[in-house]
Design a protein around this ligand. Structure first.
Ligand code: NOJ
Length: 561
């Protein structure tokens, strides 16, 4: 297929968009359904690009969770063909139209690559499991048994487990060998040490680039390589079988950065292409160590923080010291695996108005140093939805709970509410997962009409960020006072200083504006507890009162020369 790449029109940033821009995660099944089958699709995303584009939220790129044909046992993260579009979500032409329509609005497109494993329905695996002689025979992690048990049954090659629960090795009677899977048995692990696997993956990457894709999210990327000898992991104390091992040999191998370098070399054949690796079960130091220019790494310190000044302040400090000035972090509060932060943060303190928290959390997300990733619906303050077990659509959870380390992820994947009425503008059919009980009032149309809504706050913050270089690339300095219940930091570039204040206490807090860099006053830019911010500068020495969960962003005003 030789398609011309549709031009990017009016994008706000150039090749440095991966650092300056804001990226929005679309969970395709849940965003918008264009054909009435109850499942979101590519046509639905196209129909709603204006919500995201320059006249809407104003994000710079969308990241699409997997769009490939899949049996759906891990909701698309079990890929049966990495080079095609799942007919459930649309056609090949729909994908090309989506890229063209996104580019027409200056929105870049990032696709999710699941390259650690495939579905067991992938033709590579079907061929690989059939015998030891076929063209894909060594494309997966096959090993002989380590012996046989007292009952004569083959014993697995080592002690590695699956993080979803249960053993990591599955017996294949046709090969008389085990194959390994970090996730479900239906998600066999590829053997990246087989050169043909890397070749095939990079060919696939080139195929998406040729279709105009601007970047990739790499699923569980630090697991691609295992120790070549597959030794057993040392054991330790822990709550689950997974935690009872020290994962020395089944991830984070020393030759992995070189593999990412080869992947990046393909992307870097053209400027401005980014990637972001999803850190699997590792530390922030590992994330920082794997970060390079144009290649970001998700780590989970912000997503795992409680909504307290001490925790947020300490996480900001940890991020700053792990990444240092030379590496660029990501900022994430919600995704398709974790409880939505409108629910999670309020629960973490057992108090607070979730909408006020969502607005203040948006200030944090869009002003800390790092590229912000939004999860669809967070701009409405969507919360987790109670899903009765018979309606849950998360097979790993249903199969492995309570060993499953996550939870029923259906709760954070419910359909996006666009308007009041049946189907909430998401579908004219029966939604694949139930809508949130508040969809009638918590929807895009309703929030657009309300200047104090979570959506209006996101729009104002993203517009401010786009117009404020210090918020995009400035250094971050914690306020020297500490700040008590107020988290306070500045973002600075030469000639511009921005002060961010967040009251995370449960009472009003006072804040005396001091000079941090010789300014004569501070001009409020966005205030989350008020419909609009006052324009006049506030003099040094003035005392502000911040409501609980209020966020305030101010810009330093220089003395007249
Ligand atoms: C990480 C993805 O984010 C998650 O949704 C999925 O279940 C696992 N990878 C396994 O594919």
């Amino acid at each position: 297929m030789n398609r011309p790449i549709p031009p990017l029109v009016g994008a706000r940033f150039g090749d440095d968009w991966w650092q300056r821009g804001v990226i929005y995660q679309v969970y395709p099944r849940s965003f918008a359904d264009s054909d009435g089958d109850g499942v979101g699709d590519l046509g639905g995303i196209i129909d709603h690009l204006d919500h995201l584009g320059p006249d809407g939220l104003g994000i710079d790129a969308i990241w699409l969770s997997p769009i490939y044909p899949s049996p759906g046992l891990d909701l698309g993260y079990d890929v049966a063909d990495h080079e095609r579009v799942d007919p459930l979500l649309g056609s090949e032409e729909d994908f090309d139209r989506l890229v063209a329509e996104a580019h027409r609005r200056g929105i870049r497109v990032v696709v999710d690559l699941v390259m650690n494993h495939t579905s067991d329905a992938h033709r590579w695996f079907e061929s690989s499991r059939a015998g030891r002689d076929g063209p894909h025979a060594d494309w997966y992690l096959w090993r002989d048994p380590s012996g046989s048990g007292p009952d004569g049954r083959p014993l697995p090659p080592n002690n590695w487990g699956s993080i979803f629960g249960g053993p990591g090795w599955e017996w294949e009677p046709r090969r008389l060998q085990f194959y390994f899977h970090t996730f479900m048995a239906e998600q066999p692990e590829l053997d990246w040490r087989t050169p043909a696997v890397e070749d095939a993956q990079l060919r696939m990457v080139r195929g998406w680039l040729a279709r105009g894709v601007d970047g990739f999210r790499l699923d569980v990327f630090n697991v691609f390589l295992k120790h070549p000898d597959l030794p057993s992991n040392p054991t330790r104390a822990g709550a689950t079988a997974w935690d009872r091992q020290l994962h020395l040999y089944d991830r984070d191998q020393p030759d992995f950065p070189a593999l990412i370098g080869r992947f990046r070399a393909v992307l870097d054949e053209e400027p401005g292409r980014m990637s972001v690796g999803e850190l699997f079960d590792g530390t922030i130091e590992t994330a920082a160590g794997l970060t390079t220019d144009r290649h970001l790494v998700f780590e989970w310190s912000l997503i795992e923080a409680t909504w307290t000044a001490s925790d947020i302040r300490s996480v900001i400090g940890v991020r700053e010291s792990a990444f240092g000035a030379g590496r660029w972090p990501t900022a994430v509060l919600s995704n398709h695996d974790r409880p939505r932060h409108a629910s999670r943060l309020a629960a973490s303190i057992g108090a607070g108005d979730p909408d006020a928290i969502s607005r203040a959390a948006a200030v944090l997300l869009l002003t800390v140093r790092g590229t912000p990733f939004l999860y669809y619906g967070e701009e409405l303050g969507m919360s987790d939805v109670d899903i009765p077990s018979e309606e849950s659509v998360d097979p790993p959870f249903s199969r492995f709970s309570p060993e499953f380390h996550l939870w029923d992820r259906s709760r954070c994947r419910t359909p996006m509410p666009w308007s009041p009425g049946p189907g909430a503008g998401f579908t004219t059919g029966r939604p694949w997962l139930r809508l949130g009980p508040d969809a009638e009032t918590r929807n895009v149309d309703a929030q657009l009409a309300d200047p104090t809504s979570v959506l209006s706050t996101y729009r104002a913050l993203i517009a401010l960020r786009a117009a404020t270089p210090a918020l995009q690339v400035g250094s971050l300095h914690a306020h020297p006072d500490g700040g008590g219940e107020v988290v306070a930091y500045t973002r600075e570039i030469p000639g511009q200083v921005i002060l961010v204040l967040l009251n995370l206490g449960r009472r009003d807090a006072t804040w005396r504006l001091s000079a941090v860099a010789g300014e004569s006053g501070w001009r409020p830019l966005v205030r989350t507890a008020k419909a609009t911010a006052a324009d006049e500068a506030i003099a040094i020495g003035a005392t502000l009162i911040l409501a609980p969960d209020e966020g305030l962003i101010l810009e330093a005003v220089r003395p007249e020369a």
